[in-house]
Ligand binder design. Structure first.
Ligand code: NAD
Length: 357
């Protein structure tokens, strides 16, 4: 029997395929924009130049200073360019860092956004914006930051290095896994989440072996889209909270942190969410969700331990305190001793075993 649920769908227009960048001028026209600013990181300047070329006279310029965690100082510099060139829309080409900058501009100006994601982070599908000011990260939820249009172009992801593809893909899987046991879970998002885990689990090992495999790239990008919808539609739990604490307080890299923590957070939550775990395992083609995720990370040559991505053992205790500090919905109650074991296991990169927690 179906449980009671609420499905609150987010508006989205998605153009998906190989070579869909060619549709950018039509999409910009559809939004009524005449002078758009192209956003990117310094590393993706070439891709932004390609995008700008497609736009021809509709491109007002390129702002190439997007960076992790959306610092307000960078947003202010971009806003100065927006004003100076009388910009009436933004096009973000890149991963979550660039999409974040587009969202921060939209929050302050209401300008329409076209997102062209080139990683699997999924930010383009969420009404969530995390910004940093004076070393503090503040996250808010508002539909004002949702991009009006998202263009997924498989060919733009071919350059994503195998190591970033692996961790970015595991980051996406984490959204889908937590959506399956989120407090606001619902059957539609759960369908998407299970399909997404399956798509990414099939595609990522192929991509790591051959980053130019277009079929696998397409399947991964499709999975990432669904994961983004899941992240934007239902609340997250322990895993995302832990990654937020570790990234924010200890300056650990976003996607690798998700990769390391996921199997351990899942092992922790397994007793509280047996149905969700069965779906994760089924999607992975594994016997067990937590070990299946760990083994996937092994196959992807992804980092497996917090120590390998810059965490100091001396900081683990503070991480436990921060993670347990403010209560939030989670399928298993937060117990300091079990959280400590979880982080210890993640610190050394031990293959999870449910009994160990
Ligand atoms: P990123 O955007 O920082 O990209 C990582 C690096 O890969 C950058 O140097 C980028 O230029 C490069 N890159 C991206 N695509 C490439 C490609 N196709 N080819 C070559 N290089 C490429 O990393 P990310 O993991 O996508 O995003 C992380 C940020 O996004 C964090 O700040 C995180 O908090 C945020 N995020 C926000 C949400 C949300 O819903 N608000 C969701 C997920 C992530």
């Amino acid at each position: 029997m179906l449980e009671h649920f609420v499905f609150d769908g987010l508006p989205m227009r998605v153009v998906f395929g190989d070579g869909t960048l060619s549709e950018l001028p039509i999409e910009v026209e559809r939004l009524g924009c005449r002078r758009v600013l192209v956003l990117c990181t310094p590393e993706q300047r070439d891709q932004a130049a390609m995008v700008s070329e497609r736009l021809g006279a509709r491109a007002a310029g390129i702002f190439d200073q997007a960076t992790m965690h959306t610092p307000v100082t960078v947003t202010e510099a971009a806003l100065a360019v927006v004003r100076e060139h009388d910009v009436d829309g933004v096009v973000s080409v890149g991963g979550g860092s660039t999409t974040g900058l587009g969202k921060a501009i939209a929050l302050r100006t209401d300008l329409p956004q076209v997102a062209i994601p080139t990683t699997y982070a999924g930010s383009e599908m969420t009404p969530i914006l995390g910004e940093t000011k004076d070393g503090e990260k503040i996250t808010q939820r508002t539909r004002k930051v949702l991009p009006e249009t998202t263009i997924y172009d498989i060919s733009l992801t071919l350059t994503l290095p195998p190591s970033i593809s692996a961790t970015s893909g595991m980051n996406a899987i984490a959204h889908a896994v937590e959506a399956l046991y989120a407090e606001e879970r619902n059957p539609i998002i759960s369908l998407m989440a299970e399909a997404a885990i399956g798509a990414l689990a099939r595609a990522l090992p192929v991509i790591v072996a051959d980053p130019q495999d277009r079929e696998a790239r397409g399947e991964a990008l499709y999975g990432a889209w669904l994961c983004g919808v899941a992240l934007g539609s239902v609340g997250m739990a322990l895993h995302h909270k832990l990654c937020h604490v570790l990234g924010g307080s200890f300056d650990l890299p976003h996607a690798p942190t998700h990769t390391v923590i996921l199997p351990h957070a899942v092992a922790y939550n397994a007793p509280g969410a047996p149905e969700a775990m069965a779906r994760v395992a089924r999607a992975l083609g594994a016997e067990d969700a937590a070990t299946g995720l760990y083994d996937l990370a092994v196959r992807l040559n992804a980092p497996l331990s917090l120590s390998a991505i810059g965490m100091k053992e001396a900081d683990l205790e503070r991480a436990v305190t921060l993670a347990a500090a403010r209560p939030y919905p989670n399928p298993r109650p937060l117990e300091a001793e079990a959280l400590r074991r979880l982080l210890q296991n993640a610190y050394i990169g031990r293959r999870p075993e449910m009994e160990a927690l």
